[in-house]
Design a protein around this ligand. Structure first.
Ligand SMILES: O=P(O)(O)OC[C@H]1O[C@](O)(CO)[C@@H](O)[C@@H]1O
Length: 552
């Protein structure tokens, strides 16, 4: 769906700017005091998730204007187009149909006139059969021992999604199988993983949509050597090496038996591929039924995104709030703060999802944007972050809107641990909202018995501006369906922001230059002449590397 009018030239954009000027000095504290219904009014539920977005710098008028923006940018039609399989990734001439991977409806999904659903369902059945054989010890290693370890080799989207979801669903793991994720091209990473493993009981899954990613292929080759050097034979490889890829030919050339290759498709982006056979390590860990529940939760969020009116649409509201901060408050970052040990990989997954999707500077038709797009996504698990980076959130010169994410029940209820965890989460968003004025700080110091002059000197250091926005996403417990819904929520939030900004959220050309240069640098590090057109810094660093190879 083409957007014709320039975003920033529209009268609505000017209206939003004027509205921003009119509310920017108002404090959320006063809004809460004036409106006892604010929590209920700015609150949504979808697919088992609840969103409290009342602690945002918005009034009813803000929301109305933002919702008008969504209409003006044809969001409903764009969302429908995404699900229908329109070529939303125009630079690669592809649809983005990760939603087909979790389509529990009987609606066909057409790509080039062909319904892709039969192939999607056949692949899940293959995954089911595979999981069943491994988990019931019918498919065993070359010494006929059952598998104890699975090494998933992949990077980016072929790593972060499965890693996040398998961490999030740790309570559902089959304790007989350990899952290891090997991503980085770093001798220390592979050494630390393989040192603990026995080739006879280790299964490898090479995860690469392209089957051309340097890190993955190098790691896969090293694992193969390790397997052959430690007891396995060429004839045993088919028992221990499987792959997931859209490039079957390359996987076969690498030496993977064709029957051991699970398909991927061009219409699934890497960072949206958890729902495909890339989710295989997760399915092995938690079982195919739980994997299907994850898909079902995502499907429920899909249906919500597709059908809910804009003002009740959770991904759309989160997207609009993001645009409000990025484009009107000039805020360039967004923090993801899960208060759940099992969700500790969420910030890393959302970094790829959001920043690879919306870190773009031109619109779909190639016009440079004259407004900011995707923010820097960062974060970490609470409460650890409170004792590290939250200081800046509370008193730094710039603010970062925060998403607090919190299950209300723990899988491991011990004493009052969970109440303490939740209390920390709630009090952080409360402190961000409320802040502390200089008068309050001074009074506190005087009440503690401090001498008046010392208190007056110290009080400014203790001022906390407050009025800092946050969302709180909560749900009863991290179940497979909840985690599916949560990840899909962010996928759709990111897609909706891309639609509002008119950019392509489904390509990632920016990562290519580094890959091209990387090969030339590698040749130089391996002794070839350093290209004369390399900048002085890179030349100097190459020389330093070469020099240090001779140091003990
Ligand atoms: O699955 P592949 O093809 O190995 O790609 C891995 C990752 O590399 C990227 O292409 C970026 O380099 C990501 O988009 C992708 O998720």
């Amino acid at each position: 769906m083409a957007i014709t009018a320039s975003l920033t030239q529209s009268p609505l954009w000017q209206q939003l700017q004027q509205h921003y000027q009119s509310i920017r000095h108002q404090h959320m504290r006063d809004w809460f005091a004036a409106d006892p219904q604010r929590f209920q009014r700015f609150h949504l539920q979808a697919a088992g998730l609840s969103l409290d977005y009342s602690k945002n710098r918005i009034t009813n008028d803000t929301l109305q204007l933002l919702l008008q923006l969504a209409q003006e940018r044809n969001l409903p039609a764009q969302i429908e187009g995404l699900f229908r399989g329109d070529v939303v990734n125009r630079s690669e001439q592809r649809p983005a149909l990760h939603t087909a991977l979790r389509n529990f409806s009987d609606r066909p999904v057409l790509v080039d006139g062909q319904d892709i659903m039969p192939e999607v369902r056949a692949t899940i059945r293959r995954m089911e059969e595979f999981c069943w054989k491994i988990r019931r010890n019918q498919w065993r290693g070359y010494t006929n021992k059952a598998f104890t370890d699975v090494v998933s080799i992949g990077i980016g989207g072929s790593f972060l999604g499965p890693k996040l979801a398998s961490g999030a669903l740790k309570p559902y793991w089959d304790s007989r199988l350990n899952i290891h994720y090997l991503a980085n091209i770093d001798g220390s990473h592979i050494t630390e993983i393989l040192r603990r493993l026995d080739p006879a009981t280790t299964l490898f899954i090479i995860q690469s949509k392209s089957f051309g990613t340097q890190e993955t292929l190098k790691n896969a080759l090293a694992c193969r050597h390790w397997f052959l050097d430690n007891g396995g034979t060429e004839a045993d490889l088919a028992k221990h090496f499987t792959a997931v890829s859209s490039n079957v030919q390359k996987a076969v050339e690498f030496g993977i038996a064709e029957d051991n290759i699970f398909p991927m498709w061009d219409w699934v982006g890497g960072r949206y591929s958890l729902w495909s056979a890339i989710g295989l390590p997760l399915a092995l860990a938690v079982g195919i039924d739980n994997f299907r529940e994850l898909l079902r939760g995502a499907y429920e969020m899909d249906e919500h995104f597709r059908t809910a009116p804009l003002h009740q649409n959770m991904p759309v509201i989160m997207a609009l709030l993001g645009v409000w901060y990025v484009n009107f408050f000039d805020v360039g970052s967004h923090a993801i703060l899960p208060y759940d040990h099992y969700l500790r990989s969420l910030p890393a997954h959302l970094q790829q999802l959001d920043m690879e999707s919306n870190g773009k500077s031109v619109t779909q038709d190639g016009t440079p944007v004259d407004y900011d797009t995707g923010p820097i996504i960062w974060g970490g698990v609470g409460t650890n972050g409170q004792h590290a980076f939250h200081q800046l959130l509370h008193q730094g010169t710039h603010f970062s809107p925060c998403d607090f994410i919190m299950p209300m029940q723990s899988h491991n209820p011990i004493d009052n641990f969970h109440a303490m965890l939740v209390s920390n989460c709630l009090s952080q968003s409360q402190a961000l909202l409320q802040g502390k004025s200089e008068a309050e700080a001074l009074q506190e110091l005087l009440d503690s018995g401090m001498d008046a002059e010392a208190a007056r000197q110290l009080a400014p250091q203790k001022v906390i501006p407050g009025n800092r926005p946050s969302n709180t996403l909560y749900f009863p417990r991290s179940r497979p369906a909840t985690i599916g819904a949560l990840i899909a929520l962010y996928e759709h939030k990111v897609a909706a922001q891309g639609m509002l900004w008119g950019i392509n959220s489904f390509d990632q050309w920016g990562v290519e230059l580094g890959k091209q240069l990387g090969n030339k640098v590698l040749h130089a590090l391996e002794g070839e002449p350093v290209p004369a057109n390399f900048d002085g810094s890179t030349q100097g660093l190459i020389q330093a590397y070469l020099h240090m190879q001779h140091e003990l």
